[in-house]
Design a binder for this molecule. Structure first.
Ligand code: GLA
Length: 387
């Protein structure tokens, strides 16, 4: 991979000067969905799939960007002084968002650069291809301009780029895990204060298998921002009586005793999911630590059901993948992962059953939905690196 992208870079931009290659992962969340903007916990892992970049600093203010995933768009040019959002510029808005945010924050980025990207995560599949590009771009800038910025700050800047520039009010999970991922570990993150710990994912004779619905979606036009607003409103209603800062502070019991304060049935369901999902995430981490893999699987299924029935972000494609998964021999658990509304589901499957699992779930999905799903047996990788 490194050789291939370097050759392409040199073909496009020449081979003079100091050229460096970088990588940032994608992510999959094991449990803790739609909790990260509710002050709750999440439990994601970085993947060995991700985004590569080859970059070289320039003397002038020009930016030349190229993606091997969008070769038809060719080399796109801009400057570090013209960083406004342009819908028609497509994926370029993601790197630009990060340069924009870092300049906004006062980091000294005083020249342009040439950069080539190549992602091995499917675009728009809910494995955080966009957060991967954001954090990767921040990581390249940190290295290229010797910026004094730590990985958690880079994650926060990535989130800010997404919120203020792209227009998606996402939480911190994706950028945080991409910036701080650790091989063979999931990261148990408390989004209310960004305290985190690594938990080794020891599945012994089982593997993580990601299932892609191949149903494309963009978070911007999905109901993501609407769900977030519903949770904020529900919190305000609870705050008329409770002294809390987020839904993540509540136990299931406290929620049940106070849910009547939320005056709309849908909002009550959204808040219920946020509260119960947070508690499930805490239980899931303990289950993994105690080697109770079956319990982890049960909690994943409960998470999916709550996302389907109370949060209402699954849809026929994700529900079909999960329902068909649960019929297979050797399956420990399955659930949608990421924002939902299409994208991917994640399952834990006994290693010797993975092949049959993929065949059977794939056939059933195609029969019901009419097109293929994709499957990836994945490994948990590290955060950003210079190669
Ligand atoms: C997207 C967002 C995250 C998080 C998940 C849902 O991936 O970017 O911040 O809210 O959805 O858990």
């Amino acid at each position: 991979m490194e050789q291939k992208i370097r050759t392409k870079f040199e073909e496009l931009f020449g081979n003079e000067g100091k050229i460096k290659t970088y990588f940032a992962p994608g992510r999959v969340n094991l449990i803790g969905e739609h909790t990260d903007y509710n002050g709750g916990h999440v439990f994601p892992c970085a993947l060995t799939m991700g985004t590569y970049a080859v970059a070289r600093k320039r003397e002038d203010n020009k930016l030349r960007l190229y993606s091997m995933n969008f070769e038809e768009l060719g080399v796109l040019e801009s400057t570090i002084d013209e960083l406004g959002y342009k819908k028609e510029e497509d994926w370029i808005n993601y790197p630009k968002s990060m340069i924009w945010v870092m300049k906004e924050e006062g980091f000294n980025i005083d020249t342009g650069f040439d950069i080539l990207y190549n992602g091995t995560i499917p675009n728009g599949a809910g494995l955080s291809s966009s957060a991967s590009i954001e954090v990767l771009t921040g990581f390249v800038l940190k290295d290229m301009f010797n910026l004094d910025v730590d990985m958690t700050k880079l994650a926060l800047l990535g989130q800010k780029a997404e919120n203020k520039y792209i227009g998606v009010n996402c939480g911190i999970m994706d950028q945080f895990i991409i910036a701080n991922g650790k091989k063979d570990c999931a990261t148990f993150l408390d989004t209310s204060n960004l305290n985190f710990e690594y938990a080794p994912v020891k599945l012994e004779d089982a593997k993580i298998v990601i299932m892609n619905t191949n149903k494309k979606r963009g978070l911007g036009d999905s109901k993501y921002n609407e769900r977030r607003a519903e949770c904020e409103k529900a919190l305000e209603e609870l705050q008329t009586k409770l002294n809390i800062k987020s839904l993540g502070e509540l136990t299931e019991e406290e929620f049940e005793n106070n849910k009547h304060l939320i005056k709309d049935e849908n909002r009550q369901k959204r808040a219920k999911h946020a509260v119960y999902e947070n508690q499930r995430t805490i239980k899931a981490v303990n289950a993994l630590k105690d080697n109770k893999i079956d319990l982890l699987g049960e909690l994943m299924v409960a998470s999916h059901n709550s996302l389907r029935d109370d949060y209402e972000v699954t849809g026929i494609e994700l529900d079909t993948l999960v329902a068909e998964s649960l019929k297979q021999e050797g399956v420990i658990g399955a659930r949608m992962t990421g924002a939902g509304f299409g994208g991917c589901a994640v399952s834990i499957v006994k290693s010797d059953k993975v092949e049959d699992f993929i065949k059977n779930v794939g056939n059933a999905y195609k029969e019901k939905i009419g097109y293929d799903a994709d499957f990836y047996a994945v490994e948990i990788g590290n955060g950003p690196t210079i190669l």
